[in-house]
Design a protein around this ligand. Structure first.
Ligand code: PLP
Length: 453
């Protein structure tokens, strides 16, 4: 039977099963994958004509929403003029985008382009290690990150990741990556204030640096808010304390803005909410709103300056074929123009506040342990028992997600399977959502929660 656009969906699903390898899903779940055919605004349409509001923006990335003609046109125009040249030389879209990112970062950074968030983090690790060498700190090679954090799928970025279930069967990974506890305020020791708990978590980083020997630590990497590990929002003082610790011990602060950047947090970058000045900022996803692959590693100017000496291999010996592709850069510039013209950073904050007010009503629901938000990004932690905070079972989490999908709403699920915390429902809708879209998210989610009360 032919469906939308003359596609025989059944046949395509069989071909999908036969020829396409999907990540992160057991083989059996691909009996019936959804084939997405088109999308507009916050809504996607599958090959059978079913419409869903995509409250996860794909994989947390379609910040300006789907179907933006001007992004497609910017890429087309650039492809017709200069489709490719490596950044061993230069081209206008990359120069203009690097300048624009400097403006968005509101500080003095130099930008290195790659293709994915994982790669942006790999570049950050290489730059941090080499920088330490350049300034004579020859033994600084270790990195500290947090449990439950996700920093990517390539071996170095996976080493920084603090979710063990993603590492099984791929070890040994890269040497020198250490992990500390995340500032998960919801699960802090009873009787301890949030402030004291956050301070304790930040201080654990200092203790680790000291025990490892500060002269062996190159950098600390963290997202402003742990997103994929279950939306763990720290107290503002946590990040300022981490920055203070890094400065004190000569350790570089690398902030992973792959999800939190480009307006998601209600400010241009997540770290702007905390007033810290990272040494290195990595970004991807929202940079092109997912329309084309592109990522960036922005490095503070004074760190870049340590790479100037051409003697003794002073330059960064890292190259990639596709990073900073001209069409991807041109599209990213158009993407940032849309965000500026439509005030999407501000809109993210407004929509986030609105969603928060609506979601807070759900705190009375017997399964809702905690609701955490950061701009237009939310996590709803489901528990089986509010007193013990025992995580809700997989079955109930699946029923809620299924209930939302049947009613036309796609939401996410995150956490840490090994630690038993794969119980956080996640929301990261396009920042371009209309008021009606937000009403739809709220009503549909509340209805699905009502069905499992
Ligand atoms: N860093 C964070 C915080 C992420 O959430 C992700 C991906 O979800 C990555 C890095 C890796 O990005 P990519 O999948 O583009 O390699």
């Amino acid at each position: 039977m032919l469906d939308l656009n003359g596609i025989d969906t059944q046949e395509m699903k069989e071909k999908d099963r036969r020829y396409l390898w999907h990540g992160m899903s057991p083989y059996s779940e691909h009996d019936r994958p959804m084939i997405v055919a088109s999308a507009q605004g916050a809504w996607i349409t599958d090959s059978e004509g079913n419409r869903y509001l995509d409250a996860m923006s794909g994989l947390w990335c379609v910040n300006v929403g789907y179907g933006r003609q001007e992004l497609a046109e910017a890429a087309y125009k650039q492809l017709a003029t200069l489709p490719y040249y490596p950044l061993t030389q230069s081209h206008l879209p990359a120069i203009e985008l690097a300048e624009k990112l400097n403006e968005w970062l509101e500080d003095d950074y130099v930008v290195f382009f790659s293709n994915s968030g994982s790669e942006a983090n790999e570049v950050a690790f290489k730059i941090a290690r080499q920088y330490q060498q350049q300034i004579g700190a020859h033994n600084r090679f270790k990195f500290i990150s947090r449990y439950r954090a996700y920093h990517g799928s390539s071996l170095g970025a996976l080493s920084a990741t603090g979710q063990s279930q993603r590492k099984y069967k791929y070890e040994p990974l890269t040497n020198g990556f250490l992990h500390v506890a995340p500032p998960d305020g919801y699960r802090r020791p009873e009787g301890m204030s949030l402030e004291a708990f956050n301070r304790q978590c930040a201080d654990e980083i200092e203790r680790t640096i000291v025990w490892e020997g500060a002269e062996s630590v190159a950098g600390v990497i963290m997202e402003p808010v742990i997103t994929g590990g279950g939306v763990i929002v720290p107290e503002p003082a946590y990040l300022t304390r981490v920055e203070e610790i890094c400065r004190k011990h000569g350790v570089l602060l690398i902030i992973d803005e792959v999800i939190c950047g480009f307006g998601r947090s209600g400010m241009k970058f997540g770290h702007h909410n905390f007033g810290v000045k990272p040494d290195i900022v990595t970004m991807a996803k929202g940079l092109t709103s997912g329309y084309l692959p592109l990522s960036a590693t922005a490095v503070r100017k004074d760190i870049y300056d340590a790479f100037k000496d051409p003697e003794q291999y002073g330059h960064l010996r890292h190259v990639n074929t596709f990073g900073g592709n001209p069409a991807a850069c041109a599209l990213a510039l158009a993407n940032l123009q849309v965000m500026e013209r439509e005030g999407l950073v501000e809109r993210s904050r407004v929509l986030g506040e609105r969603l928060r007010a609506e979601f807070d009503e759900l705190l009375a629901h017997p399964l809702v342990g905690d609701i955490r938000g950061f701009g237009f990004l939310f996590g709803v932690e489901l528990v089986a028992d509010k007193t013990t905070k025992a995580p809700a079972g997989t079955d109930v989490v699946k029923r809620i997600i299924g209930g939302c999908k049947r009613a036309g709403l796609i939401i996410g699920k995150n956490g840490d399977t090994v630690a038993g915390f794969n119980n956080v429902l996640t929301f990261s809708p396009p920042l371009s959502c209309t008021d009606e879209d937000v009403d739809f998210i709220v009503q549909t989610f509340k209805q699905a929660m009502g069905e499992v009360a």
